[in-house]
Design a protein around this ligand. Sequence first.
Ligand code: E4P
Length: 225
Amino acid sequence: MELMLDTANLKEIERGIALYPISGVTTNPSIIKEEKAEDFFGHMRSIRALIGHGRSLHVQVVADTSESIIAEAEKILSVLGEETFIKIPVTEDGLKAIRILSERGVSVTATAVYTTIQGILAMLSGARYIAAYYNRMLNIDIDAPKVIKELSSLLWSNSGCCQVLAASFKNVTEITTAYANGASCCTVSPSLLSTGLHMPSIAKAVDDFHASWKQVYGDMTILDL
Ligand code: E4P
């Protein structure tokens, strides 16, 4: 299983990789817009510097014809390095670009996936990750857990190197349901991860343990014993 950060905010990434078991960072044009990063490649380089080379960086193209998608992918790879994952929306032109780039050995993350058929076609075209848009599916009455489950079982039995990267989460239950339905990877905003750890009952449990300790050992800590 993997967990990625769905943000381009440098402070959030620095904090997130210090706290959580993060294997990569996913971005898209809307996420980058939030950072008002005028120097796009400079900002992407800053993310790479923070996450190092042991984690994956996923950068999305904006072109919409297969030729221009491939040209943008080549530019991204030349500036940010061959290890960069190229995010390509699963349209007809996107699929063609996914296949051509994958055949050249480029790591592709197929994105904007709302349906099982999109995921199957991207998998067959050579994508390494299938970014399935969980909350956006629910918004248009698509059964997101079913799509994640179908794709996960198909990838498990048909492909050794393609994973479901569940994305577009708006609450913690969506994340846990995606994992429970077989997603091997989820990409999540740092604020949503934080929400999962800031329930009052967690803080109360910790406070209760502190109080119990204090009743027996006063202000001493384990290090004082
Ligand atoms: C990640 O790969 C996706 O681009 C992202 O999770 C989409 O999130 P959104 O639905 O909140 O835009």
